[in-house]
Design a binder for this molecule. Structure first.
Ligand code: ATP
Ligand code: MN
Ligand code: MN
Length: 305
């Protein structure tokens, strides 16, 4: 795909110096800042297409995980030489300069800036008002077994399939799963947000013991919250292949649906096992996602008729 080709070209330059390379970023795990940079270089061809030219927030841990972190959306004063910046209008009417990866150097420079996690928008900088991805974030409440989380993802896929929408699966590296629906042509955020909320509500009314569509922590116990709020202008979701700043250095891993059965947990893949998997990986588990042509127009028409 063109995105892959651009990414390949972009991975060539290796101009960034990592300072404090031996600083332990995951305390007690022997994983250093250099290891984080090496990880992103190793997975770059797979990782970059998922963040390239998307406004992206990074989570930085200047003193390692367990210490304070910073969720950063904007280019800091002093700047970053290799990271794209785009002035985007806020919903309030004001505007702000958002950062976006435009090459492999962007990623490595952000790692040098102590970024560990990457969280892109579901939109590209050249069309920030339209979403080209819907992300359903399945957040299991307390006392929800892993078997139920997997069954929930399967149910969701079934229902999306009935609406004629193809979807893709990834672990978050945390507790849950993401189900991602690509949109081409992209749709205005207002429509996407409305669809995401309605879909979550339909899931809840079809399976009230499994799903909940409101974020109330109290009501979430024993159920899976369908976090549809990832779908709004400026909202983010973790990128595929992003490291997480949590013990064990887990990775958000895109999977084939056929791999769901054997999946042991949302944090099954980590900085080591992810690289091993990618060395064996012949084809993209999300093969074809860029070729899928589907939009919400037909769905909304069908639902309202
Ligand atoms: P898990 O499987 O453990 O839920 P997750 O990545 O889905 O992992 P959530 O807590 O559900 O984690 O958060 C969903 C998304 O919300 C994150 O991936 C991130 O992009 C976004 N997010 C997290 N923290 C912030 C924050 N402080 N400000 C804005 N958005 C955030
Ligand atoms: Mn989640
Ligand atoms: Mn969530």
């Amino acid at each position: 795909t063109p995105a892959r080709k651009n990414a390949k070209r972009a991975t060539r330059s290796e101009a960034i110096t990592i300072t404090h390379p031996d600083r332990e970023v995951y305390p007690g795990e022997g994983i250093t800042k250099q290891d984080v940079a090496d990880y992103y270089r190793a997975v770059m061809d797979w990782f970059l297409p998922g963040v390239l030219n998307r406004p992206t927030s990074v989570i930085r841990w200047p003193n390692g995980i367990g210490k304070p972190s910073f969720f950063q959306k904007h280019i800091p004063t002093g700047g970053l030489k290799h990271v794209g910046s785009a002035r985007l209008k806020e919903e309030t009417g004001a505007s702000a300069v958002y950062l976006y990866p435009e090459s492999a150097d962007s990623i490595i420079e952000l790692v040098q800036f102590n970024a560990i996690e990457f969280h892109p928008w579901g939109a590209h900088v050249d069309n920030p008002d339209c979403a080209d991805r819907v992300v359903f974030d399945l957040d299991p409440g307390e006392d929800v077994s892993w078997t139920r989380v997997k069954a929930a993802a399967r149910l969701m896929r079934q229902l999306l399939d009935q609406l004629g929408l193809e979807c893709f699966l990834r672990t978050t590296g945390g507790k849950g799963l993401h189900v991602v629906v690509p949109l081409k042509p992209a749709s205005p955020w207002k429509i996407v947000k409305q669809f995401a909320q309605s879909f979550a509500q339909v899931l809840e009314s079809m399976h009230p013991l499994e799903f909940i569509a409101v974020s109330s922590k109290a009501r979430r116990a024993g159920k899976i919250y369908v976090d549809y709020l990832r779908n709004g202008r400026g909202a983010t979701a973790v990128a595929s292949y992003s490291l997480r700043g949590r013990p064990g250095a887990p990775v958000a891993m895109p999977l084939r649906w056929s791999e769901l059965g054997k999946l042991k947990s949302a944090s099954q893949f980590n900085i080591k096992t992810a690289v091993a998997r990618l060395k064996r990986q012949r084809s993209d588990p999300w093969e074809g996602i860029d070729k899928v042509r589907q939009s919400l127009g037909a769905v909304i028409k069908a639902l309202s008729s």
